[in-house]
Design a protein around this ligand. Structure first.
Ligand SMILES: Cc1cc2nc3c(=O)[nH]c(=O)nc-3n(C[C@H](O)[C@H](O)[C@H](O)COP(=O)(O)OP(=O)(O)OC[C@H]3O[C@@H](n4cnc5c(N)ncnc54)[C@H](O)[C@@H]3O)c2cc1C
Length: 516
C-alpha cells in the first residue's frame, strides 16, 4: 500500500480543522485533512453567532470551507484516524480502513462528542428544540416557554442565563440539587420555576417539543429546552503520544498554548478538543492559529535542516581537500602558536581545527595533555598516525567544532589559523564555544591570519574578511569581568613570497585568560 508523506495532516474537518488547513494550504504546505464527517453541530439546521454567516446551514459552511482549502491544494478525504504514532521526524497516521499517511506536523481538530442526559426522546430533538447554547439558538426561541434540564450543579449558570431570553423559564434541577439558598433566592426573584423531580421523558407532538415529563408524573409544557451535555473527547487514537490533558476541565481537553502547540513537538490542537465550550468562531480562530503555529514550526525545522545540510557540505569540502593529497600541511608546528605557548605552563589543552596534527604533536612533546579535534577524519587519522610514530598519547577526535566540541575544562584552548574560504564559516561562534571550555585561570589562544599576504594584495571577493585580533575581540564580546586580555596584537612572521623574495605575514594573536 502506498504511504503518502505530507507536511501536515489535520485530523477532523470541522470549523477548526478546515481553518487550520486553510492556513497551511495558504502557506503552501502539502496538507491533508482526514474527516470522519460528524461535526458536533450537524443536527442544527442553522448556525448563529458566526459573523458574516448568520443563519447559515452548518453543513454549507463546511462545504464552502472544503472548496476554499481545495483551492490552495489541500486534500480532504473521508476517514477515521485510528492511530497516530511517533516515528521521530514524522508522525504516522493509520485510518480505520488501514490507509497510512505520514506527516511532519499533525493538527488534531477532532471535536467532542456530546454525552446527552439519559432522557427518553431527548436525543431525537437534539439541535432542534433541545438546545445547548442560548447565544447560538436563544434568539430564535426568545419569549417562548423554555425549560432547562440541569446536568450538574454547574447548570445553575445556564438556568440563570436562559432567563435573559424569556420570562417563562422552568428549571429542572434534580442534577443540581441541593441548590444553595442564595441561588434559590435569585431564581425565585427572577420568576424561574424550579422542578426538582428527575426528568423522565420529553413529550413530542406533531414533530414539536410539547412537554417535559418528570418522574413524579408531572407534565410541564415547554416550547424548547436547554441542557448542557458532558463533552467527551474521543482521543484514544492519539494515546501513544501521551498528550497532556487538562484534567480539571469537563472532558479533560488537550492542553495547548495560544498557537495550538501541545505537549508533543509535532502536534497542534484546535477547536472543541481544546475548548469544549467554544463556538464556531472560536474554533475557527484556534484552528487558524494552530495551522499557523504548525507552519511556523515547519519553517524553523526547514531552516535547521538547511543549516545542517550546509554544514555537512562545508565539512565535506574539508574532507575532500585532505583526501586529495597525501599531505596537505607542512607537518611543522605553527611558529606563532609555538612562540606564544612556549611561555605557558603545560596542562590540559584542547586544540580546535588540528588539521594533520603538527601543533598537537608539538604540544604533547612539550608536556601538554592534548585533545585535538578536526572536522576531517582523514586529517585526524594522519595526526593520530604522526603521534603514534612518536609514541605520543594524543586524544584525536573527528568532530565538528560547531556544536560538537568535547565537554570539559582545559587550561588552554587553542586554534591556529582556523579559517575558511566559506563566508558562512562561524569562526566567532566557534571561538565563543572555545571560551566555554576554558578552566578558571586558563587561557584561550586564537592565532589567525590578520591580513592577506602582501603578494595577494586583496582577498578574492568570495572570501570572508580577515580581522585583526582587536576586531575579533570586539565581536567576541568577552566580559572583562571574566576575561583578562593578555595579548591582542599583530605579530610579523617572516616568510618568502611565491617568487622566493623575503616577505612578512601579519599573524593575529589573541590571548585571553579566564580570571580565577
Ligand atoms: C447542536 C449544536 C448546535 C450548535 N450551534 C452553534 C451555532 O449556532 N453557532 C456556533 O458558533 N456554534 C454552535 N455550536 C458549537 C459548534 O458546533 C462547535 O463549536 C464546533 O463544531 C467545533 O468545531 P470543531 O472543528 O472543533 O469540531 P467539529 O465541528 O465537531 O468537527 C470535528 C470533526 O472531526 C471529525 N473527527 C472526529 N474524530 C475523528 C477521527 N478520529 N478521524 C477523523 N476525523 C475525526 C468529526 O467527525 C468532525 O467532522 C453548536 C453545537 C451543537 C452541539
Amino acid at each position: 500500500m502506498e504511504i503518502r508523506d505530507w507536511d501536515a495532516v489535520v485530523v477532523g474537518g470541522g470549523a477548526a480543522g478546515l481553518s487550520a488547513a486553510q492556513m497551511l494550504g495558504r502557506a503552501r504546505r502539502r496538507t491533508l485533512v482526514i474527516d470522519a464527517g460528524a461535526p458536533r453541530n450537524r443536527s442544527a439546521a442553522h448556525m448563529h453567532g458566526v459573523l458574516g454567516h448568520d443563519g447559515l446551514d452548518p453543513a454549507e459552511l463546511l462545504a464552502r470551507g472544503r472548496s476554499e482549502v481545495a483551492a490552495y491544494g489541500v486534500a480532504v478525504e473521508t476517514g477515521a484516524v485510528a492511530a497516530v504514532d511517533d516515528l521521530g521526524d514524522r508522525l504516522r497516521l493509520t485510518r480505520a480502513d488501514g490507509t497510512v499517511d505520514t506527516a511532519r506536523a499533525v493538527v488534531l481538530a477532532a471535536g467532542v462528542v456530546d454525552e446527552l442526559p439519559a432522557v427518553a426522546g431527548l436525543a431525537e430533538r437534539w439541535g432542534r428544540d433541545v438546545l445547548h447554547c442560548p447565544y447560538c439558538h436563544g434568539y430564535e426561541v426568545a419569549g417562548s416557554r423554555l425549560g432547562v434540564i440541569a446536568t450538574s450543579p454547574a447548570s445553575v449558570h445556564q438556568i440563570e442565563l436562559v432567563r435573559q431570553w424569556s420570562d417563562d423559564v422552568t428549571a429542572f434541577t434534580a442534577a443540581a440539587q441541593p441548590l444553595d439558598p442564595t441561588v434559590s433566592a435569585r431564581l425565585a426573584a427572577r420568576g424561574i420555576r424550579v422542578v426538582d423531580a428527575p426528568v423522565s421523558a420529553l413529550e413530542v407532538s406533531e414533530d414539536r417539543l410539547a412537554a417535559v415529563v418528570t418522574a413524579d408524573g408531572g407534565r410541564h409544557e415547554v416550547d424548547a429546552v436547554f441542557t448542557a451535555p458532558a463533552p467527551r473527547m474521543e482521543l484514544g487514537f492519539a494515546d501513544s503520544l501521551a498528550l497532556a490533558r487538562n484534567a480539571d476541565m469537563p472532558g479533560a481537553p488537550l492542553v495547548a498554548d495560544m498557537t495550538g502547540a501541545t505537549s508533543h513537538p509535532r502536534v497542534w490542537a484546535a477547536g472543541n478538543i481544546v475548548q469544549p465550550f467554544g463556538n464556531v468562531p472560536l474554533s475557527m480562530g484556534s484552528g487558524s492559529m494552530a495551522g499557523a503555529g504548525a507552519n511556523a514550526a515547519l519553517v524553523a525545522e526547514d531552516a535547521a535542516q538547511a543549516v545542517s545540510a550546509r554544514r555537512a557540505e562545508r565539512n565535506a569540502g574539508w574532507e575532500q581537500r585532505y583526501a586529495e593529497s597525501d599531505r596537505f600541511w607542512s607537518g611543522r608546528v605553527n611558529a606563532t602558536t609555538a612562540a606564544v605557548v612556549a611561555d605557558l605552563a603545560p596542562g590540559a589543552v584542547l586544540e580546535i581545527g588540528c588539521g594533520e596534527g603538527a601543533d598537537a604533536v608539538w604540544l604533547a612533546e612539550h608536556g601538554w595533555t592534548v585533545t585535538a579535534v578536526d572536522v576531517s577524519e582523514t586529517a585526524v587519522a594522519r595526526g593520530a598516525a604522526a603521534a603514534a610514530a612518536r609514541g605520543l598519547a594524543i586524544d584525536f577526535r573527528a568532530v565538528d567544532a560547531v556544536g560538537e566540541l568535547p565537554e570539559g575544562e582545559f587550561d588552554l584552548v587553542v586554534s591556529s589559523f582556523l579559517h575558511s574560504w566559506e563566508t558562512d564559516f562561524p569562526r566567532i561562534g566557534i571561538l565563543h564555544s572555545a571560551l566555554d571550555r576554558v578552566a578558571p585561570g586558563g587561557r584561550m589562544l586564537a592565532v589567525s591570519h590578520a591580513a592577506p599576504p602582501p603578494w595577494a594584495r586583496e582577498l578574492p571577493a568570495h572570501m570572508p574578511p580577515m580581522l585583526t585580533p582587536a576586531e575579533e575581540l570586539a565581536l567576541l564580546g568577552a566580559d572583562p569581568e571574566v576575561w583578562e586580555v593578555e595579548r591582542a596584537e599583530l605579530v610579523a612572521r617572516v616568510t618568502t613570497d611565491p617568487d622566493g623574495n623575503p616577505a612578512h605575514l601579519d599573524d593575529g594573536v589573541l590571548l585571553l585568560r579566564r580570571r580565577s
